[in-house]
Design a protein around this ligand. Structure first.
Ligand SMILES: NC(=O)c1ccc[n+]([C@@H]2O[C@H](COP(=O)([O-])OP(=O)(O)OC[C@H]3O[C@@H](n4cnc5c(N)ncnc54)[C@H](OP(=O)(O)O)[C@@H]3O)[C@@H](O)[C@H]2O)c1
Length: 337
């Protein structure tokens, strides 16, 4: 990655008027209801200048939370390395205004210690992440996916010790099912620590968290960081008129392929888009409002390939109310797909 010339940054003074902040469960930490993830578009296939514009647009609109993981890139680790460079250039004076998270849980390095949920892996991985970002601590450290082969006491014990060491301020879990979530939260509680947040996939196309997970976290006072609320771009206007060359399905088909944009999908997307248009919103904005309709969801964790997308998405806050009729219509559209 070649870095562009220094280009000084002064954040928008009115940034905190543009965002709503929700408390993560029964914790002291408030998070912006829209957060920005660096899974795509922050590796070596996106220019440093575009990354910088996206991050600046986010913070200028009150997005104070940036989500990373050890393996984000490509190549794995590159998003953290680039983010470290952005921190150095733009964010040093604002570190205390930011909530930065990272994770470990998927395969990161060769051999038996670079994957899953052992204490050995989690502690080493966080140390690597901190070095890549040149940070002393992250705000939230997540176990990225459940690992039934490692005792939950070991994985949660590692998160507990990481928080106690000061290398992370809060602990979280991601992709755990309701039963695994309950065990993880209780295990932390027995050690005297509160689980801050759970990061599951949640959007109109994947409502699985409504089958038990939201009940568990609501009861335990744990927040939800709903990842991919736009279903990787499918719940936006992106594919309504074909597959643009600069879209994820076209240029980065690791997780979304052109063949996923089927006529059947588009039929549903067009119907949802009609609901959005009647509300005077874009489909992306409607998808975000829908994801955030239950206050158990602390934040909708979006991705973006352009600063304009961030700006458009934050404007969803201008109309956050969904009527009973609109909710029923959306349910019907989704049930018929
Ligand atoms: N914990 C986990 O296991 C896990 C897994 C996946 C993701 N995540 C987290 O969730 C974050 C978000 O994931 P995601 O990027 O898949 O989320 P997403 O918000 O569902 O999709 C983002 C994509 O939607 C498109 N988009 C965004 N705003 C748009 C707008 N206003 N109009 C048109 N298109 C728009 C862009 O696609 P184009 O690139 O085509 O422009 C963008 O890259 C990740 O960065 C990561 O932090 C976590």
């Amino acid at each position: 990655m070649s870095y562009q010339q220094y280009n000084p940054y002064t954040p928008a003074p009115d940034r905190y008027n543009k965002m709503i902040y929700r408390r993560s469960g029964r914790s002291g930490l408030k998070l912006p209801i829209i957060s920005l993830g660096l899974w795509h578009n922050f590796g070596d296939i996106t220019t440093f200048g575009v990354q910088q514009k996206i991050l600046r647009a986010a913070f200028d609109n009150g997005i104070t939370h940036f989500d990373l993981a050890n393996n984000y890139g490509p190549p794995a680790g590159e998003a953290e390395r680039n983010f470290g460079e952005h921190l150095k250039r733009d964010w040093r004076p604002y570190r205390d205004e930011l909530v930065i998270s990272t994770k470990a849980g998927f395969g990161m390095w060769r051999g038996p210690y670079g994957d899953h949920g052992s204490r050995k892996y989690l502690i080493a991985s966080l140390d690597q992440s901190l070095r890549r970002m040149n940070l002393e601590y992250v705000d939230i450290f997540y176990h990225h996916r459940p690992d039934d082969e490692t005792p939950i006491e070991e994985t949660m014990g590692a998160l507990y010790d990481i928080v106690k060491s000061g290398k992370a301020l809060y602990a979280g879990i991601s992709n755990y099912n309701p039963e695994q979530t309950k065990r993880a939260i209780r295990c932390m509680k027995e050690m005297g620590m509160h689980m801050l947040i759970h990061q599951p996939n949640y959007n109109m196309f994947n409502r699985s968290i409504e089958n038990g997970l939201t009940d568990v976290v609501a009861e335990e006072g744990v927040g939800i960081m709903a990842f991919a609320p736009l279903a990787g771009g499918r719940l936006t206007g992106r594919y309504l008129n074909g597959i643009p060359e600069d879209s994820r399905a076209s240029h980065d088909p690791r997780f979304l392929r052109a063949s996923d944009i089927s006529e059947e999908l588009l039929k549903t997307v067009r119907a949802l888009n009609a609901v959005a248009e009647r509300r005077g919103q874009t489909l992306a904005q409607l998808a975000l409002v829908w994801t955030l309709r239950d206050p158990v969801v602390t934040s909708a964790l979006i991705g973006a390939s352009k600063p304009e997308q961030v700006v458009e998405n934050v404007k969803a806050l201008e109309n956050m109310t969904l009527t009973e009729e609109e909710l029923n219509e959306i349910d019907t559209i989704l049930a018929n797909r």
